[in-house]
Design a protein around this ligand. Structure first.
Ligand code: NBP
Length: 480
């Protein structure tokens, strides 16, 4: 006999509990289950009046509570716990059922799980969910992969619980087959790392070079947030900077240890980018900046090393400098997104996912951590040219970055002069200069490779591969 619940959630820690409540608040009957049964009972006890929950204390009860074909969301700790739960539930399921993993899984795990369950006739849907616990409850950005058939069954429900962009569009779409959803979520997190790093560098420059206080910088960010940088991350940055520590009366940012932590999705983005051969230098610098900050021993040992003795700017110069930092931040942000979307395109081509890049920009407009007005522009760029090779090839972005570039260079030059590290800004500018260059020193690199390893090179004036007899008479011979 089929149960009555339209969807089930197993794993009722903060994310699963809030997601289950979101489904229930939107009128769905939700079966709920957790390994430790007290969490199931607590959910029904605390929030039972928000909608219709069907509590289940065993996997068998849980599966029996679901209408067929079943839709079952796993929201447990990513990694081994997800495999353990799949192993426990798979024998209880039937052909056509849909198993959804809403955890932060590595996309290679999702590919493996999808293949294994497909052999059993079960749809496995890896879903990236962004927005933290608040998003899970009130509307996250949802990035589902999996089969078309699974989206037909699941999509309308996800569209109901997802965040809505200002134009009312739900922030979810079928990203593509198997692990496309988790891949896009991974790159989302990589871009999030880069965004946060760039904002942190802007703060550092305003503080160390312009001499602004945290409160003044909060005001500066608030004013930026009314313009083209309008975004959740700029908004919360202003909040954090304006906050005063109750215990000491100091700016909150001054009492927090300057060691950034990471959970690993940014690192995955960089590792996979290396495998795909995609230069995500901005994201990589963001990951490395967190890593550097955490090496307390190395930093302590280097603390006395000499730096420049440049003086901070005067008041008038500082105001002009702050405007320039806004330009540098915006230009660097365009580069971060250019790199992230390049990685998604490369993943899509490699794994044959046929991802619609404009649709990805569209579903990041609300609910997720990188939500920003700017994403409307990216969507428009891909909508007008779905084959757009790079965001830098879009005329509007090219014009904006062109207009920002003088200030961008001045900011980085000033940072170098004053010894303020700006790995994100500088990597972004180097990427821009690298792509736009007529000639790169890669020609010399190829020459060196041919010299020591006979790795051959191609010529500018005719086809074919060549090798120079460096150890002999230095004549050139065709290779291969
Ligand atoms: P956690 O990642 O802290 O996981 C706790 C849950 O996993 C509990 O329900 C726990 O059951 C269950 N669990 C574990 Br641990 N091992 C298990 C096993 N072997 N079998 C069955 N259940 C097991 O929860 P969370 O912070 O709510 O996150 C859930 C997922 O959502 C994660 O994959 C996370 O990466 C992802 N995510 C989190 C956020 C966020 O902002 N927190 C955002 C987006 C995505 P128990 O109660 O019996 O111990």
């Amino acid at each position: 006999m089929s149960g009555t619940a339209q969807i089930g959630v197993t794993g009722l820690a903060v994310m699963g509990r809030n997601l289950a409540r979101n489904f229930a608040r939107n009128g769905f009957t939700v079966a709920v289950h957790n390994r430790t049964t007290a969490k199931t009972d607590a959910l029904v006890e605390d929030f039972g009046d928000e909608g219709t929950f069907v509590p289940a204390h065993t996997p068998e009860e849980f599966v029996a509570a679901l209408e067929r074909p079943r839709r079952l969301v796993i929201m447990v700790k990513a990694g081994e716990p997800t495999d353990a739960v799949i192993k426990e539930f798979a024998p209880l399921l039937e052909e056509g059922d849909v198993v959804i993993d809403g955890g932060n899984a590595h996309f290679e795990d999702t590919r493996r799980r999808e293949k294994e369950l497909r052999e059993q006739g079960i749809h496995f849907v890896g879903v990236g969910i962004s927005g933290g616990e608040e998003g899970a409850l009130n509307g996250p950005s949802i990035m589902p992969g999996g089969s078309e058939e699974s989206y037909a069954s699941l999509g309308p429900m996800l569209e109901k619980i997802a965040a809505k962009a200002k134009d009312g569009t739900p922030c979810t779409t079928h990203i593509g087959p198997d692990a496309a959803g988790h891949f896009v979520k991974m790159v989302h997190n990589g871009i999030e790392y880069a965004d946060m790093q760039l904002i942190a560098e802007a703060y550092h420059l305003l503080r160390a070079v312009a001499g602004y206080s945290p409160a003044q910088i909060a005001d500066t960010f608030r004013s930026w947030n009314t313009g083209r940088l309008d975004s959740y991350l700029i908004e919360i940055t202003a909040e954090v900077l304006a906050h005063t520590d109750a215990a000491t009366g100091s700016p909150f940012v001054d009492v927090v240890q300057d060691r950034a932590e990471q959970k690993g999705t940014g690192r995955w983005t960089v590792q996979i980018a290396l495998d795909l051969g995609v230069p995500v230098s901005g994201i990589a610098e963001a990951v490395f900046a967190r890593s550097l900050s955490g090496h307390a021993d190395l930093r302590e040992a280097a603390r006395g090393l000499p730096g420049p003795s440049a003086a901070p700017l005067g008041t008038e110069e500082a105001a002009a400098f702050a405007d320039r930092v806004e330009q540098a931040l915006y230009a660097s942000k365009i580069v971060s997104y250019t790199q992230g979307f390049h990685q998604i395109r490369a993943g899509s081509e490699t794994y044959d996912w046929d991802i619609d890049l404009g649709a990805v920009a569209s579903i990041w407009r609300a609910g997720c951590i990188i939500r920003a007005a700017f994403l409307d522009r990216i969507r428009a760029a891909y909508d007008s040219r779905p084959d757009l090779l790079s965001l830098l090839s879009d005329q509007q972005f090219a014009d904006e970055i062109g207009a920002a570039q003088d200030d961008w260079r001045t900011v980085i030059a000033e940072a170098v002069r004053q010894g303020v590290p700006t790995p994100g800004f500088a990597a972004a500018l180097s990427y821009y200069d690298g792509l736009r260059a007529d000639r790169l020193p890669a020609a010399l690199t190829q020459g060196q490779r041919d010299f020591f390893g006979a790795h051959t090179y191609r010529r500018t004036d005719r086809d074919g591969s060549f090798h120079t007899l460096w150890g002999g008479d230095r004549s050139e011979v065709p290779a291969g």
